[in-house]
Design a protein around this ligand. Structure first.
Ligand code: ADP
Ligand code: MG
Length: 238
């Protein structure tokens, strides 16, 4: 069964159509990477799945349920952005537990969930620090930790590494891969970095001007790009 199903997903801002009828099924547990040039609609598509944008037409299902009228917090998704947006006045522990606190979970439940997520991400030693005391990579790990504690059905990552330096980006790339192996949760990941896409993806979705140019495994796109655009973008020899 598809965890995420997009049917004719269309989004316009005023007269400008940014998503032009996207059809896509994402399987349970799949790691799908959206790539494409700046402005092609990657973030808008992700934000639409998250419920932060309302489609102009078309429909989105998550885990078999049509969610077009469901609020972001009730969709069973967790989103991590490129800017970490931790709460500066809360410790790492409080940052990670905050969503569960809002959801009315007990202190013991929150403590267990935060500890487990911190262990997964190897940030247990940071739990009593403040965001301003953390490096960029540590902050991003906390942001991911905040998403994990909610046990979402789907993780959405919008260029989560683009604010990090090159060496750290490479290291964190492997952390996303091992996180996916550890949790087995469906992940949708946006990047404009081809290497990141090739390394992480079960399937890559190439977007261009609000339409899907091609969908396939990294190997398929590399070996048999449908268009010059895909060839250029994925970097296959021509
Ligand atoms: P990407 O993430 O692929 O770089 P975006 O989804 O952010 O692209 O943006 C796609 C297009 O939609 C861009 O031309 C952008 O300017 C436009 N856009 C995005 N959000 C809004 C908005 N809230 N209002 C008007 N235009 C928007
Ligand atoms: Mg974007």
């Amino acid at each position: 069964m598809a965890t995420v199903r997009l049917t004719g997903a269309t989004k316009a801002f005023g007269p400008v159509e940014v998503l032009k009828g996207i059809d896509l099924d994402i399987a349970d547990g799949e790691f799908v990477v959206f790539v494409g040039p700046s402005g092609c609609g990657k973030s808008t598509l992700l934000r639409s799945i998250a419920g932060l944008e309302t489609l102009t037409s078309g429909s989105i299902e998550i885990d078999g349920r049509q969610v077009d009228d469901v609020s972001p917090s009730a969709r069973g998704i967790a989103m991590v952005f490129q800017s970490y947006a931790l709460y500066p006045h809360m410790s790492v522990r409080e940052n990670m537990g905050f969503a569960l606190k809002l959801a009315g979970r007990s202190k013991a439940e929150i403590a267990d969930a935060v500890t487990a997520a911190a262990r997964t991400l190897d940030i247990e030693h940071l739990l009593d620090r403040w965001p301003k005391e953390l490096s960029g990579g540590q902050r991003q790990r906390v942001a991911i930790g905040r998403a994990i504690v909610r046990q979402p059905k789907v993780f959405l990552f919008d260029e989560p590494l683009s604010n990090l330096d090159a060496a750290l980006r490479v290291r964190m790339r492997y952390e996303f891969a091992s996180l996916h192996r550890a949790l087995g949760t469906t992940m949708i990941y946006v990047t404009h970095d081809q290497v990141e896409a090739m390394t992480l993806a079960d399937r890559i979705v190439v977007l261009n001007g609000g339409v899907i140019e091609q969908v396939g495994t990294p190997g398929q796109l590399y070996a048999a790009p449908d268009t010059l655009f895909v060839a250029g973008f994925i970097g296959a020899p021509t």
